[in-house]
Design a protein around this ligand. Structure first.
Ligand code: FES
Length: 222
């Protein structure tokens, strides 16, 4: 059995993997919340883009990048790189408009609003702030804390992402945004699952640019 590596382009993820078990099982064993259902290559839930390397499918076929592969029936035959992982449960998030420094409005249409007391991250184009839901009245969400960033988004009529998060969202990862030659640190000190959820929420919101989750370098006090 050889030791190989699996990297995911838009995360700080690099796993040691073997050539014996399928990639889905190895991701799950590493605690990654990868989407799956049939586990026999039919449902497409674990499909990924293979960016480099090659894998062997359960039926013996060798596949070389670039290609779409189902993780559940793919076995590494070299170090491999994926573009991103399909998440098991899409993050609960909304694309809102700002109404005031403590108020957001959900888009029209049927959707379940967050619950009063939920901890939420406000995903702005250049930063992330933490808040909580103080009240919900129809489509209007009142926030616990004043947030100065909402005002500029009202002026520019930009949408604001709202993401439900756990109170335990701290960790050793950082979410960056890059667009052309500009890089912005969006959210430091988060754990991997929160970072993956925020990355997905930004993408679903149609934001331009590239969102990358990276491991945070240790500080001197670590
Ligand atoms: S779990 Fe269905 S294709 Fe992989």
């Amino acid at each position: 059995m050889s030791t190989l590596s699996l990297t995911v382009a838009d995360t700080a993820l690099s796993l040691n993997i073997n050539d014996r078990d399928n990639l889905l099982n190895q991701c799950l064993a590493a605690g990654l919340p990868v989407a799956r259902s049939c586990r026999n290559g039919n449902c497409g839930r674990c499909d990924c883009q293979l960016e480099f390397g090659h894998v062997q499918l359960r039926n013996g076929q060798l596949v070389t990048a670039p290609a779409t592969i189902a993780l559940c029936v793919s076995h590494a035959r070299s170090p491999i790189g994926l573009n991103q992982l399909p998440l098991a449960s899409p993050p609960q998030h909304w694309r809102c408009q700002g109404l005031g420094p403590q108020q957001l409005q959900l888009p029209a249409g049927r959707q379940t609003p967050p619950n009063i007391g939920d901890k939420v991250a406000l995903l702005f184009s250049a930063t992330v702030t933490i808040n909580s839901v103080a009240a919900v009245n129809g489509r209007v969400i009142s926030l616990q804390d004043h947030c100065a960033h909402i005002a500029s988004h009202i002026q520019n009529q930009d949408g604001i992402g709202l993401l439900n998060i756990d109170s335990e969202h701290h960790g050793n990862f950082v979410l960056w945004h890059s667009y052309k030659h500009c890089q912005t640190l969006l959210w430091p000190n988060i754990n991997q699952s929160t970072g993956l959820a925020a990355q997905a929420a930004y993408r679903h919101g149609g934001s331009i640019g590239h969102y990358q989750l990276r491991a945070q370098p240790p500080t001197l006090s670590d």
